[in-house]
Unconditional design. Structure first.
Length: 542
């Protein structure tokens, strides 16, 4: 939307892990050095950890673009698998054949060992990269360790790189995984960007996007950006993208501090923004400020009498990030779950969902939710899923929740990021972490989606039809590949393998059949203007 206004050739702050936008900070330089060392060493593991959005995946993608040609590399994006599924996925990634329907660990190991020996005989090296490795189960990690026992008299046959969030270190510290931990030859934790690096990072991404104007972010905006993003690249991208849109809408030539703060409020939501405010208050300077406010208000009470009590209450309410002022003698009543009316929560949740799509929901109509949506050119999709599934489908959802006293009730999920979720229940908005949400959610959901006109039926191996070029085009966008000029005549096995990888990464059943879930997830990446759970053309990545 704002690209032409500012002279960009492409969006500068997409959160797709595009190696072309890789910024070589000091931390990323160290991370790459550890990865390169690990690949060149003979056997063992390399461990790269970092917070969500720190740039681990981007660093890995950059590395893959600069690897020697004598390497055979397999990447597993979703390692939340059983031992048998992991071994099958390793075979699939390396192109190793095995009997259809095989579940024998021995057969998988024998085939992998044979492949690795052939790779070594050709003077090549095999590398296995495991992303999101914090999701690995202990028994799967033990099997991975056993894979490093595959060796000749002189060389280990498989080099492994594990990439994950900080909790991966906690997982590997378990006593039963001591042998695996001892085989890690290189470890590195990727931290946030420094205050100085943020300015360089923003300028770099703007220049890579072909910016036609001077500095588009004022010094004050960059200073505020550091405080709000905590130096996390993904947060920087999301805030900057929204800020550029805000500047465009206002007709401004650059992003000033006010525009950036407004953008951050929209990104975090009101609850999230108040959380940011309270984090600032908990800092040493914030505590001093809060103390001065309270002392000043107390002095006013002493100096001017009881009438100044409201000044104290207003000051402390503001400092604590209070949602609204509390009238004298009243408490800000918050509904408990047991006081909710399940039917009222259902109507409220569907009303919120329809509003998000800018269509009308009539709670008094005899027509069901899906009938009403269909009349307004949308379709319902409902089922059971994980939070990861919902994030990849990237559509606002009505969730079925549970309570021991009232049974099932409903909430509207409007935002879902890597750490928290924004849920509205009976007009009350709640920002909660994933653990809290999962304790209340049954797993059942309903979303609305816009069916592509090319979709007539699910796409299976050998099929032809208008959905085939649609899948090729959207899958290329998801993978960061150029969109093919000429498509395939029929749904081939090679294309199905790519679809399976996409499905695995989204946590779907990896059957290669392109149905509603896969179509919804691919559509979300295309950025067609439909409502999303998070503002990105990416499903996540780093």
């Amino acid at each position: 939307m704002y690209e032409e206004f500012f002279g960009f050739s492409k969006k500068p702050f997409s959160i797709v892990p595009d190696p072309n936008f890789f910024f070589m900070s000091e931390g990323h330089r160290e991370a790459l050095a550890h990865l390169v060392y690990g690949i060149k060493s003979d056997g063992g593991f390399v461990l790269l950890t970092g917070e969500i959005g720190a740039g681990k995946t981007t660093a890995c993608r950059h590395l893959l673009g600069h690897l020697p040609e004598d390497l055979d590399v397999a990447i597993i994006f979703n390692p939340k698998l059983t031992v048998e599924e992991l071994l099958a996925t390793i075979c699939d990634e390396f192109g190793i054949s095995y009997p259809e329907g095989n579940l024998s660990i021995k057969v998988f190991i024998d085939r992998i060992n044979e492949f690795l020996l052939n790779v070594r005989a050709k003077g090549r090296q095999a590398v296995l990269i495991l992303e999101e490795a914090q999701n690995l189960k202990p028994e799967v990690l033990e099997q991975i360790r056993l894979l490093t026992n595959l060796e000749t008299n002189e060389h280990k046959l498989l080099q492994m790189i594990m990439i994950g969030q900080p909790e991966l270190n906690t997982l590997l510290a378990q006593p039963q995984l001591r042998q695996l931990s001892e085989r890690i030859t290189a470890r590195y934790h990727l931290g946030p960007l420094s205050k100085k690096e943020i300015s360089l990072y923003v300028d770099y991404r703007l220049s890579e996007a072909g910016v036609a104007r001077g500095h588009l972010f004022s010094p004050g905006a960059l200073k505020k950006l550091f405080r709000l993003s905590r130096g996390i690249p993904r947060l920087i991208n999301v805030i900057c993208d929204r800020a550029l849109l805000g500047a465009y809408v206002q007709g401004k030539d650059r992003v000033d501090q006010k525009t950036l703060i407004t953008a951050a409020r929209e990104v975090f939501g009101e609850e999230g923004w108040r959380g940011k405010f309270w984090l600032a208050v908990k800092s040493p300077l914030g505590i001093c400020f809060l103390g001065l406010v309270i002392l000043g208000a107390a002095f006013s009470l002493y100096q001017f009498g009881p009438g100044s009590f409201e000044l104290i209450k207003s000051a402390t309410s503001l400092s604590m990030g209070s949602k609204k002022k509390i009238p004298p003698g009243q408490m800000d009543a918050v509904k408990t779950v047991s006081a909710l009316n399940p039917e009222a929560t259902r109507k409220s949740a569907y009303s919120d969902l329809f509003k998000r799509w800018r269509i009308v929901f009539n709670s008094n109509s005899s027509e069901g939710v899906c009938e009403q949506a269909k009349k307004q050119k949308l379709q319902c999709f409902l089922g059971k899923a994980s939070l990861k599934n919902l994030r990849h489908m990237n559509k606002p959802a009505v969730l079925t929740l549970k309570d021991k006293k009232i049974g099932e009730y409903y909430g509207f999920l409007s935002t879902l990021d890597g750490q928290s979720a924004l849920l509205t229940v009976d007009n009350e908005r709640k920002l909660m972490d994933h653990k809290k949400l999962l304790s209340q959610w049954t797993g059942k959901y309903l979303i609305l989606w816009r069916v592509p006109q090319e979709y007539e039926k699910d796409l299976s191996l050998g099929d032809k039809g208008p959905l085939l070029p649609w899948v090729e085009r959207h899958l290329a966008l998801a993978e960061g590949r150029p969109v093919p000029e000429t498509g395939e005549d029929a749904y081939s096995e090679a294309l199905m393998i790519r679809v399976k990888k996409f499905q695995l990464g989204a946590g779907f059943i990896s059957d290669g059949i392109v149905g509603p879930k896969t179509i919804i997830a691919l559509s979300a990446l295309a950025g067609n203007g439909d409502p999303l759970l998070f503002n990105s053309k990416s499903k996540g990545g780093e």
